[in-house]
Design a protein around this ligand. Structure first.
Ligand SMILES: NC(=O)C1=CN([C@@H]2O[C@H](COP(=O)(O)OP(=O)(O)OC[C@H]3O[C@@H](n4cnc5c(N)ncnc54)[C@H](OP(=O)(O)O)[C@@H]3O)[C@@H](O)[C@H]2O)C=CC1
Ligand SMILES: O=C1O[C@H](COP(=O)(O)O)[C@@H](O)[C@H](O)[C@H]1O
Length: 521
């Protein structure tokens, strides 16, 4: 039998081989035995996102085949094999040619996975965990040599602190780094987020804490700084003189589906807008950082957040889809918004007067996330372009990553008339041989490399909550109306009116479906 894909896996790639930018961002991967511990390994996120992302890194040779273990920890009574069986269906060895190879690579990965069943609040469980990690380390590395420990909290935030304390007490690495990944929601409002930050901050240094927001790992989001600051086209026009309005949109064509209990407590602003969309806004609106070092980038994000004005009620539309309360895990008289449109205003020299409209909704007519930048009309319109519509630059995060510009051109033919057309960079067409990594894949790799650029810093989180907390408290106190909308619709009509009121000009008669989206259907 010839060599399988597993045999062909190279030792973990070093950053110097992989990184296209050999500047200050390129980090050396420190050597040493790597233990990745997933706490909450029995859960939804772990099986759907965390383990598959680690598997993809492994499959592509980014993890050290013979120098690592992956340990799942949760209360559920599972065996090693039980966890492996549960995960197998989620590990897809796509892009490998032979089926045998695909099975081998999955088996090889699952061989690295073990499971410990234990509570989240007992010394014993965490002593067992430490024992297991140490014994793997020693089996490979003896008692000397550097080791690396990554703890991924795929858990409800209610247990973060108790788990953090026990990790701190029993599982800290004595021979190398310890890093802790925490998932959103990081609190429910400013006070609770601050408390969580303080308690975690008493246990771990800021350099050890990785607050994950998976939107920061999406390809088009990662492209934002390059687009804005490496293209002469954009540098001079990215401001209030040229841009009329910006929309950052998240739509899902399904409801809360099995997560109703969690969602009903949080709602769409805490679930999507305060974190994912606000993070995207930071990258669209921030000033150029001094360098790409994580602190320089995050310093600029914090500055733009600090320039955001208090949100006014007239700038908010809330909705709830009509079948939301049919979910048995949702309260019968729930007023939790499943849709929100919020106008955010940035009071600085670059953006004064430009509305940033953040819109997110569940159970809408399609699944899509995009940034839509609409430009002002060209002055002195001799071509009657106003009829045709405005220039827009759209960055589609999903589905099918793309960036396109809507612009006015001469209608081809003998007549001199203007029409709307587009310049399209659809990734699946342009980069046919490149597999775009999943957000979690990229971010987990960053945690192993020690790169915090794409993670939320404590002060960033604090300002993000400061912006939304007054509004959230009013919503919690039922002071803002929640409009019903039909499951599968575009959301409340009032939101469309809000967007119009803020000066968005819809192009009439222009319908263009990007080829990559046609393929998607
Ligand atoms: N699922 C998703 O798509 C996303 C999730 N997240 C966040 O990731 C984290 C994990 O999410 P998810 O996997 O969906 O969560 P789950 O509800 O599936 O919980 C994960 C595991 O935690 C344990 N657990 C559940 N409830 C409790 C509780 N009340 N007290 C103690 N342990 C509990 C369970 O393990 P056991 O009982 O075996 O110990 C469960 O398998 C959350 O913070 C969530 O907000 C973020 C983005 C997306
Ligand atoms: O964080 C969350 O994100 C998902 C949407 O993620 P995407 O990468 O598929 O866009 C959302 O469904 C979920 O409610 C939310 O908690």
């Amino acid at each position: 039998m010839g060599p399988t894909l597993v045999d062909k896996i190279a030792p973990a790639k070093m950053d110097s081989e992989r990184s296209s930018h050999s500047d200050s961002r390129a980090r050396t991967i420190e050597g040493g035995f790597l233990s990745i511990v997933i706490l909450g390994a029995s859960g939804d996120l772990a099986k759907k996102k965390t383990f598959p992302a680690i598997f993809n890194l492994f499959r592509q040779g980014f993890l050290p085949l013979n120098q690592m273990k992956i340990i799942g920890y949760a209360r559920s009574p599972l065996s090693d094999q039980g966890l492996r069986d549960r995960l197998r269906g989620y590990l897809k060895a796509e892009h490998t040619t032979a089926t045998k190879d695909s099975i081998d690579i999955v088996d090889k990965f699952l061989d690295l996975v073990t499971y410990i069943s234990g509570p989240y609040d007992s010394d014993k469980g965490f002593m067992d965990l430490n024992e297991a990690i140490s014994s793997h380390e020693q089996a490979e590395y003896g008692k000397e040599g550097p080791t690396r420990r990554l703890f991924y909290l795929a858990l409800p935030p209610s247990v973060y602190i108790v788990v953090g304390k026990l990790l701190r007490h029993h599982c800290i690495n004595q021979r190398g780094w310890t890093r802790v990944v925490v998932e959103k929601p990081f609190g429910k409002d400013l006070a609770s987020a601050e408390e969580l930050s303080k308690e975690l901050g008493d246990l771990f240094t800021e350099q050890q804490i990785y607050r994950i927001d998976h939107y920061l790992g999406k390809e088009i989001v990662q492209n934002l700084l390059v687009m804005r600051f490496a293209n002469r086209f954009f540098v001079p026009i990215w401001n209030r003189d040229n841009i009329a309005n910006v929309q950052i949109v998240f739509k899902e064509n399904f409801g809360t589906e099995g997560r109703g209990g969690y969602f009903d407590e949080y709602g769409i602003i805490r679930d999507i807008i305060q974190n994912h969309l606000l993070q995207v806004l930071c990258l669209v609106a921030m000033e150029k950082p001094v360098s790409l070092s994580p602190e320089h980038v995050r310093d600029e994000k914090v500055k733009v957040l600090r320039a955001i004005e208090p949100i006014q009620n007239k700038d908010v539309v809330l909705g709830q889809y009509d079948s939301y309360r049919d979910d048995p895990t949702v309260s019968r008289d729930s007023r939790t918004p499943t849709f929100a449109a919020v106008v955010v205003r940035i009071n600085n020299e670059r953006w004064d007067g430009v509305p940033f409209i953040l819109r997110a909704g569940k159970a809408l007519d399609s699944r899509k996330a995009e940034i839509r930048v609409q430009f002002r009309d060209a002055p002195g319109d001799i071509f009657k372009c106003k009829k045709q519509g405005r220039n827009e630059f759209v960055m589609r995060l999903q589905p099918s990553e793309a960036m396109y510009m809507k612009l006015t051109v001469k209608q081809p033919g003998l007549e001199m008339s203007a029409t709307q057309s587009e310049l399209d960079l659809s990734y699946h067409q342009r980069y046919q041989d490149i597999v775009i990594p999943e957000a979690y894949e990229r971010l987990i790799l960053d945690t192993i490399r020690g790169d915090q650029q794409h993670f939320v810093r404590r002060d960033e989180l604090q300002v993000a909550w400061q912006i939304f907390t007054p509004l959230l408290h009013q919503i919690d106190d039922a002071q803002i109306p929640v409009i019903m909308y039909k499951n599968g619709s575009r959301g409340p009509l009032e939101a469309e009116k809000l967007v119009e009121r803020e000066g968005y000009v819809r192009t009439s008669g222009y319908i263009w479906i990007p080829p990559s989206l046609k393929q998607e259907k």
